[in-house]
Design a protein around this ligand. Structure first.
Ligand code: UFG
Length: 328
């Protein structure tokens, strides 16, 4: 079976490619390398550098390779940037996906696993969040991902395409081998920013607000290891191959940790004091995001393996300690 991974040089994409290849799958990668890294491309995957908005390029890849299913990670994913440059997000995420679907339909490829996000829910009415809960994104990034899900639904009805949308909570950690890890530019995610302190690249970590209605006043998130996310994509491809209907699943551990708890765990893992300073809240941050992933466990048979925060941060630290400048 040949699987096409769009955005396979990015953070979650590259980890998924590693798991697919470990599972004996044949993998083709498309990435424009605007945010992905050439060094993260698995040596056993066939790599095509190009953009999903380029219909001719996509058609050529679909005609050359016999693709059974697509896993789609190719999107802009910075919440803050999406508020400053909304049209960039509509262009890359929505227009890009429209062109991809045109090409898939024309080339008879009918299965897609899609990288969605907890940001589709916006401010939750309750936690843990269920897939059936209200979706009201509070930023352009989440809005474009929700619109992409809807595009799959309607294209599915018309053309028989089936999809699985995976709504990730806070992806983190790195491959157990230490070969690949998280490298965003600019970095905005909590765990890599914390680890810049013991790496000597930052003096302290900022805590964005300690006056939330949570146990220690800081925001609560559901941190899920990137390899566990990768495994869910493999199960989702199998689910579609087995002829099942389109579906949407949350992916998280179902346990929330506060920003202060994450910093404390990083202190323990790195044996560094990691000074922290409280700063004002970051706009648009919900107080708590915790997933109910019961549906993925029940229907996909998904079971996160790296569910301790200490283990998650240890894998991230292994990567960041040895790659203080990321892939560069
Ligand atoms: N935080 C800090 N200091 C920092 C960075 C982050 O206190 O320097 C806090 C944030 O306020 C938040 C938590 O740490 O409470 C986690 O922040 P991240 O930026 O790591 O992650 P988010 O929860 O904001 O974002 C994640 C995904 C997005 C997704 C979003 C859904 O990374 O892709 O959840 O709301 F859109």
């Amino acid at each position: 079976m040949t699987i096409l991974v769009l955005g396979g040089a990015g953070y979650i994409g590259s980890h998924t490619v590693y798991e697919l290849i470990d599972n004996g799958e044949d993998v083709v990668i498309i990435d424009n390398l605007l945010t992905g890294h050439k060094e993260a491309v698995h040596p056993k995957a066939r790599f095509y550098q190009g953009d999903i908005r380029d219909r001719e390029f996509l058609d050529k890849v679909f005609q050359k390779e016999k693709i059974d299913a697509v896993i789609h990670f190719a999107a802009c994913s910075l919440v803050g940037e999406s508020m400053e440059k909304p049209l960039k997000y509509y262009d890359n995420n929505l227009c890009g996906t429209k062109i991809l679907l045109d090409s898939m339909v024309a080339n008879g490829v009918d299965k897609i696993v899609f990288s969605s996000t907890a940001a589709t829910y916006g401010e939750p009415e309750k936690v843990p969040i269920l897939e059936t809960d209200r979706t009201e994104p509070t930023n352009t990034y989440g809005e474009t991902k929700l619109s992409m899900e809807k595009m799959f639904k309607w294209v599915g009805k018309a053309h028989g395409l089936r999809y699985v949308s995976l709504r990730y909570f806070n992806a983190c950690g790195a491959h157990i081998s230490g070969e690949i890890g998280e490298d965003h530019n600019p970095e905005s995610h909590l765990i890599p920013l914390i680890l810049q302190v013991p790496n000597g690249k930052r003096e302290f970590i900022s805590i964005f607000g300690d006056d939330y209605d949570t146990k220690d006043g800081t925001c609560v998130r559901d941190y899920i290891h990137v390899t566990d996310l990768a495994q869910a994509h493999i199960l989702a491809v199998k689910y579609l191959q087995n002829g099942n209907e389109s579906n949407i699943f949350n992916l998280g551990n179902g346990v929330g940790f506060t920003v202060k708890e994450v910093i404390d765990t990083a202190r323990k893992v790195t044996s560094h004091p990691i000074p922290a300073k409280t700063t004002p809240r970051r706009a648009g941050d919900p107080a708590q995001l915790i997933a109910s992933s019961e549906k993925a466990r029940k229907i996909l048979g998904w079971k996160p393996q790296h569910d301790s925060l200490e283990e998650i941060i240890s894998t991230a630290w292994k990567w960041h300690k040895n790659h203080p400048n990321g892939f560069n």
